[in-house]
Design a protein around this ligand. Structure first.
Ligand code: ADP
Length: 323
């Protein structure tokens, strides 16, 4: 295989640029031609495909977002859209594709492979760290550190005013990022979709914290918590208890961008390199994953079939240490 392409798809995450750089430079190293596809599957269907070289990825390892842009593409969900995408690849003589994104993007890649024989390798890029088959996804560590930093800052104000804060952390259906940022930030309570939120218990716990001499309280609310968002929970707590004067902060998109941490840059570099070498070896339908600190290939389908199972021992750590 002499001609490959790379795209980023779905939500952006910090470190995607480092992964693009790794893909391009590994291809150059092995004497393959490499193309960048803009705006994910939308750009592929529209033929937004350009050649890339080692210098076209200079100075991006430290930049958040993705220089190739990203998109969500409804047309690609239909067989006709995927046929157009495959035709574009054929027209450009591209035999293999590196897809940097989440499990939705992998489902698309798998169909492109099955229906049109396009070789595809995935690289996990999402802040949620909710992809099965890999211990970490690119962008999670950066988002975690941003959330932790926000919690630290809010703690200063919460302490100064003896105040209760609700902080909403991103993560769509997954509470993993909220859980880890709560543990790292020393939160009093962490509400996640993986465990049922009980308002009575929450209020009791806040009271006992105050009784034990805590000046401030921080409750982390995962974006996908089944009970509601941070504002709704704060309102209900205020209606049912003496905690009527709380404040809410939604960290939101601040968590997605910014310069990637060293961990994310190294992860992106190792997985991007593995993805290209796998493609050049004739592999397809696989994901470059990190398992027990080692880059390995896993079936793409693991990404959605074994979505990261939540480890309940984390809840215990958070609970015991918030005493
Ligand atoms: P992520 O890759 O971050 O999980 P999405 O779930 O939004 O993000 O998926 C990104 C894109 O991948 C979608 O806009 C769509 O073009 C494609 N995609 C997602 N799911 C499928 C699917 N089941 N079949 C084909 N393409 C899909």
């Amino acid at each position: 295989m002499k001609r490959i392409a790379v795209l980023t798809s779905g939500g952006d995450s910090s470190g995607m640029n480092a992964a693009i750089r790794a893909v391009v430079r590994t291809a150059v190293y092995h004497g393959a031609e490499v193309f960048g596809i803009e705006r994910g599957y939308s750009g592929l269907i529209a033929g937004q495909i350009r050649p890339m070289g080692a210098r076209s990825v200079s100075g991006i390892i430290n930049r958040g977002g993705t220089i190739l842009r990203t998109a969500r593409c409804a047309e690609f969900l239909q067989p006709e859209g995927r046929a157009k995408a495959a035709a574009q690849l054929k027209e450009h003589g591209i035999e293999g594709l590196v897809v940097i994104g989440g499990d939705g993007s992998y489902r698309g890649a798998m169909l492109l492979h099955k229906e049109h024989g396009v070789r595809c390798i995935g690289v996990p890029g999402t802040i949620d760290n909710d992809i099965g088959g890999t211990d970490f996804t690119i962008g999670y560590d950066t988002a975690l550190n941003v959330a932790m930093d926000a919690i630290d800052r809010i703690r200063d104000t919460a302490d100064s005013h003896d105040r209760l804060f609700f902080i909403e952390v991103m993560g769509r259906r997954s509470g993993y990022l909220a859980m880890m940022s709560g543990i790292a930030g020393g939160a009093e309570e962490i509400l996640i979709p993986e465990s049922p939120t009980d308002l009575g218990k929450l209020i009791e716990s806040l009271r006992s914290g105050r009784g034990a001499g805590k000046a401030s309280s921080i409750v982390i609310v995962a974006e996908g918590d089944e009970f509601g968002n941070a504002y709704e929970i704060a309102k209900r707590v205020g209606e049912q208890s003496e905690f009527t004067d709380s404040r809410c902060v939604v960290i939101g998109h601040l968590q997605r961008g910014g310069s990637p941490t060293a961990f994310d840059r190294v992860l992106a570099s190792r997985l991007g390199l593995l993805a290209v070498e796998a493609l050049l070896d004739g592999e397809t339908g696989k994901m470059a994953a990190l398992v027990s600190s080692t880059p390995v290939l896993r079936p793409l389908s693991e990404a959605w079939e074994t979505r990261n199972q939540f480890d309940p021992s984390l809840l215990r750590v958070a609970h015991i240490l918030a005493v």
